[in-house]
Design a protein around this ligand. Structure first.
Ligand code: DON
Length: 581
């Protein structure tokens, strides 16, 4: 309804009829969930409840993040995990920020050409299915370091809910079933995985049935008793190494024994007065979000409008340039010298802006640097506690259900994160990313990620917590949620739900979700030379999870009087929810 028709809190329709004010009337999405003391937004409602209970019982946002991480490993097996890895961005109530990198590392026996045949061609499936695809998992070490350093609660308290879900089972709803169905084919090829995720007669589970994971319950109980050594130094690692050997993998006990979490300085930038804190290498996420925002800062996106040809053209070109940098120059900081300060420099952004024609699409091939020759799932959750500590976590098995293998007796689904490396320069990976030498495979190296757990503050106070799954699209999904809030004035739910566009340099295409662009906009963009279309092969655009502090939208925050915490789980999500108290 047009706001011109709103008079003294009463809506007057064109026919002169007075209607009681209904706040939802303006929203293209449901209202965000409002709460005053804490907010937890995750891709599975049971995990959101676990997080809220931890907060209610006096735990801080890091405690809740750890409990949610373990819980999702049980109730969201497509991406929640203890057999994969991820990132945690933390902003403490005093404004200190930090970043935990608990992503997978390449096994000691990994080689640059391990996914190629004798002729140097990629062997399809080798980097995505089975044990050769598995990187050394980091989630348990990551959660335990987070808990020990920044949490307040005991291991038992934080792992307890996950153990109960695994041991007693949980009732599967429609979203859970949709997610499991996605993996039926993959999981049926591994007897240990099939024994857990398919019924005795190899039939898939149905809505209302209960999924029990007894082996995982025992594994989690061992971690609860003995800490992360139970995972990295004892029988659990032995079982994974044994299964890896039998399944053509190269994981060794030393890989587990040597695993270390890295605590890193997050990437920081400022966009229109908002302080953005996000993931540093080995993620490309924070650097590339900041690079794109720096380029876009000089375009009046709010004035040009959401979905207008001018706004979308500027976004596409900024994405095109930034993804070249991503794919060509970034990698594990222990192995390559990442040009982070150059990519974050506003002057560099200006140089790129100067090259962008206002009238014509760029051509990706012309930007190819010298020497260049996935259904998927990850999950993101966002948490803020009563004291104002904020945590953003994105973690993953990479593909949906990872490599699709479980070492018998452990109940742990293992990742296929090795596919995020450059298997061969110039050849696209699961996400169509064409990458270079900086991300080549080396022992102990971490593959370049796009995961972007992000926390934004304004005037020293937390403003927004945001992130998403979505492979290469994580960066643009997170970016668009930020722009939708800051430039387009959407509330946090609308900002997350709004249809998206994506460009990643190669392939030279503008991907769009249905309804993201009007017919007029598509026509103008096509005339400018953009190759715009709905991606028929890629239906998953990621389920973002966000929190806005002080109001549901910038307008409400400015006016004052909005709820303290406003949580939004992506409407694309099957079983996720925002829960607060
Ligand atoms: O780290 C990365 O960038 C990927 N492994 C993330 C995978 C992902 O988001 C899949 N989910 N949709």
């Amino acid at each position: 309804m047009d706001t011109r028709f709103m008079k003294a809190g009463v809506f007057v329709t064109a026919l002169g009829l007075a209607l009681a004010p209904v706040t939802q009337i303006y929203a293209a999405s449901p209202d965000p969930v409002a709460a005053e003391h804490g907010m937890v937004v995750t891709a599975q409602h049971l995990a959101s409840e676990v997080g809220v209970e931890v907060l209610k019982s006096g735990g801080n946002a890091v405690d809740a993040a750890v409990a949610v991480g373990y819980a999702l490993a049980v109730v969201y097996p497509t991406a929640g995990n203890i057999g994969g890895g991820g990132f945690m961005t933390i902003r403490l109530k005093d404004g200190k920020t930090t970043f935990l990198d608990f992503r997978e590392r390449a096994p000691l026996a990994a080689t640059k050409t391990m996914y190629l045949d004798d002729q140097g061609n990629i062997v399809k499936g080798r980097s995505t299915n089975g044990y050769l695809a598995v990187g050394v998992p980091g989630s348990v070490a990551g959660f335990e370091m987070a808990r020990e350093k920044y949490g307040t609660k005991s291991r038992e308290e934080l792992i307890g809910p996950a153990i109960r879900f695994a041991r007693d089972g949980f009732v599967l709803d429609q979203g859970d079933i949709a997610s499991l169905q996605n993996g039926t084919k993959k999981l049926s090829t591994d007897p240990a995985a099939a024994a857990i995720f398919l019924k005795a007669d190899a039939k898939p589970y149905a809505i209302g049935e209960t999924l029990v994971q007894a082996d995982l319950a025992a594994t989690l109980a061992a971690i609860s008793d003995k800490g992360s050594d139970a995972f990295y130094k004892g029988p659990i690692a032995d079982a994974i190494v044994k299964a890896s050997g039998a399944g053509g993998g190269v994981l060794a006990k030393a890989d587990f024994e040597q695993y270390k979490v890295r605590e890193l300085e997050p990437v920081k930038c400022n966009y229109r007065g908002y302080d953005i804190v996000s993931s540093p290498p080995p993620s490309s996420g924070g650097v590339i979000i900041c690079e794109i925002l720096n380029i876009l800062e000089n375009y009046p996106l709010g004035y040009l409008g959401y979905g207008s040809a001018e706004t979308v053209h500027a976004m596409i070109e900024a994405m095109r340039y930034a993804y070249v940098d991503r794919n060509a120059s970034l990698g594990d900081p222990d192995f390559v010298d990442n040009p982070v300060s150059k990519l974050l420099d506003k002057k560099y952004a200006k140089d790129i802006r100067d090259k962008i024609s206002p009238y014509k699409a760029g051509v990706s091939k012309e930007l190819t640097p010298k020497g260049f020759g996935e259904s998927t799932e990850t999950t993101h959750y966002s948490i803020v506690d009563d004291e104002g500590n904020a945590v953003a976590v994105t973690y993953t098995l990479n593909g949906s259900f990872g490599a699709g293998v479980v070492a018998a007796g452990t109940g742990i689904l293992l990742n296929n994160e090795m596919d995020d490396f450059t298997s061969k320069p110039g050849v696209p990976n699961l996400y169509g990313l064409v990458q270079g030498e900086a991300n080549a495979i080396q022992p102990k190296k971490t593959p370049l990620s796009s995961m972007s757990p992000t926390i934004i503050s304004k005037d020293g106070k937390p403003f927004m917590v945001i992130g998403s799954p979505g492979g290469a699209r994580i960066i643009t999904i997170t970016l668009e949620a930020i722009i939708n809030v800051i430039d387009h004035g959407m509330d946090i739910q609308e900002a997350i739900d709004a249809p998206r566009i994506h460009h990643q340099w190669l392939p030279d295409r503008v991907y769009m979700e249905p309804y993201a662009l009007s017919g007029d906009t598509m026509k103008i963009l096509t005339e400018m030379g953009h190759n715009v279309g709905i991606d028929q092969d890629w239906t998953i655009w990621g389920q973002a999870a966000g929190i806005l502090v002080g109001g549901k939208s910038l307008g409400e925050i400015t006016k004052g009087g909005g709820a303290r915490y406003n949580g939004a789980m992506d409407s694309r999500s099957g079983s996720g929810s925002a829960r607060g108290y």
